[in-house]
Design a protein around this ligand. Structure first.
Ligand SMILES: [Zn+2]
Length: 498
């Protein structure tokens, strides 16, 4: 049932050109091996479909912050363990990071799974803005409840085929916490957890189906904490030194800096502590910055200039500055060899459509979107080859050490922006389940193809080497930096650098 179409035509806007070597051509043997597992692989995911949705819903409801995903991490780990995979908890000294693997020897295919939620996005599964009636202010605005669950389902389906002796090697699920700002995968890379891996697959919920060798922005994160002197703001202002003034000056300096940075730079911030009463000069204030650029090597010196803005703020206000560097993540190094296989499989498997029942939700949600897209677009798979997404992911660091590729499926109503209440609402609706189910099947089929075609893995490794060129992988972390396990906890004057 599977047809192989190894296209020699390069995507129009691909920025690196690779020619397929004869060794990469599919042989009859590999085609036969893949055909032998495809039906049972797909059936396995269908059999687990309802259970997977229940798991995703539990993670969606619990909605835990980065590095605090105790419930979500344990639920996925327990599910994988119950399916016979060997689970290793607390990898890379991160309490909620884990791996689950099955099989032995080569090849080793990794599948990434995430499960953290975002702050300020409490929302029910309704197509209008309705916050939940509990105290949880987090919401799955990036769909990581779907991400982790579909990846786990695909991993289990592959493990079953290895157990049945139909696929060789090892499949490994990476339980990756704190993608939203915690950069956990960088610490997994530094702990050598991908060293024996031949290829890594991932996916991400979206409002469209997309595949291709797409990159992302490198990103550095920092919290500038200022400490001054409290005083009565009216009665003794001359005795006060305002930490909030330091934040404001930092922000002003950064706005001026913006003009003198490369066009594709992104700088954004939130004030996470700014005083509590107007009549008390704030003795403590904190501003949390992200700075991004498509190339890590350009970002490094830009980040240093951002630090200068904060130093200027401290100097002028006679406050003390503490620089809480939260870590950095690299841009994705795409892999066309792998992304072509994913694109082919996603196109072949895409069966997304809305039922009458779905449409009741979808049409109302569409009215709530600032930039809705045509509903028919879920039948398409967009080719995003050669593009750079204006977001960042810690998958970037993984892609520098092992051939890596990912894709998107339409889990949200077309046009839904990520990190929005609309995305949270869609993630609790059945339409998200359909996108998740498509993702699980695409991951499993692609992984099976990699297990049965060593030539493709060799070619993917050669492509990684060629794209990396003379550049050796260097993370954007500081030497000896530990995971910022408390980055989602509120800052106080007593907070200090992680
Ligand atoms: Zn995400």
């Amino acid at each position: 049932m599977i047809r192989f179409l190894l296209s020699f035509m390069l995507p129009a806007c691909s920025f690196v050109v690779f020619h397929l070597s004869p060794a990469a051509a599919q042989t009859n043997d590999t085609t036969t091996a893949l055909s032998a597992v495809t039906d049972s692989l797909m059936q396995s995911i269908v059999d687990r479909r309802e259970a997977s949705w229940q798991i995703a819903q539990k993670i969606w409801v619990t909605a835990e912050p980065g590095y605090q995903e105790t419930f979500s991490s344990a639920l996925l780990a327990d599910t994988l363990q119950a399916a016979g995979l060997k689970v290793t908890h607390k990898v890379a000294d991160i309490p909620t990071a884990f791996t689950a693997e099955f099989g032995a020897g080569k090849p080793v295919i990794g599948i990434l799974g995430e499960f953290d939620a975002l702050p300020g996005l409490s929302q029910t599964a309704a197509p209008e803005r309705v916050a939940r009636d509990d105290a949880n202010r987090y919401g799955h605005g990036c769909g990581h409840h779907l991400f982790g669950t579909a990846s786990a389902s695909a991993t289990i389906a592959i493990a079953e085929q290895i157990k049945a002796g139909k696929l060789p090697g090892t499949v490994r699920f990476y339980g990756c916490p704190a993608e939203e700002g915690g950069s956990a995968k960088v610490f997994l890379v530094q702990a050598g957890m991908f060293d024996d891996c031949d290829a890594v697959l991932h996916w991400h919920p979206s409002s469209r189906n997309a595949a291709g060798d797409k990159s992302s922005l490198a990103r550095m994160a920092v919290k500038f904490r200022f400490r001054g002197q409290a005083a009565h703001a009216a009665g003794a202002p001359e005795q006060g030194r305002s930490a909030l003034d330091a934040v404001e000056l930092t922000n002003h300096a950064t706005q001026l800096l913006r003009e003198h940075t490369p066009q594709t730079t992104r700088i954004h911030h939130v004030i996470t502590a700014g005083g509590e009463a107007p009549n008390v000069v704030p003795a403590f204030a904190e501003v949390y910055y992200y700075i991004r650029h498509p190339e890590a090597d350009i970002l490094r010196p830009l980040y240093k200039r951002l630090e200068l803005c904060a130093k200027a703020g401290a100097l002028a206000t006679e406050t003390d500055l503490e620089i809480g560097f939260e870590g950095g993540i690299r841009e994705i190094l795409p892999n066309q060899t792998l992304s072509r296989i994913v694109a082919k499989n996603l196109k072949q498997l895409n069966d997304l459509s809305y039922t009458e029942d779905d449409l009741k939700f979808v049409v109302r949600m569409r009215d709530a979107l600032p930039k809705p897209k045509p509903l028919e677009s879920i039948a398409e798979v967009e080719d995003v080859s050669g593009t750079v997404g204006m977001g960042s992911t810690d998958v970037g660091d993984v892609s520098w050490v092992v051939p890596t590729t990912g894709f998107n499926t339409a889990c949200w109503v077309p046009g839904t922006p990520g990190h929005s209440w609309q995305a949270v609402a869609c993630g609790g609706h059945r339409i998200a389940e359909q996108g998740m189910h498509l993702a699980a099947r695409t991951l499993a089929l692609t992984a099976a193809e990699l297990f049965t075609n060593p030539g493709v893995l060799q070619q993917a490794a050669a492509e990684l080497k060629e794209r990396r060129g003379d550049t050796t992988y260097r993370s954007l972390m500081q030497p000896g930096q530990k995971p910022p396990l408390n980055y989602r906890r509120p800052s106080t004057a007593a907070s200090s650098e992680e």
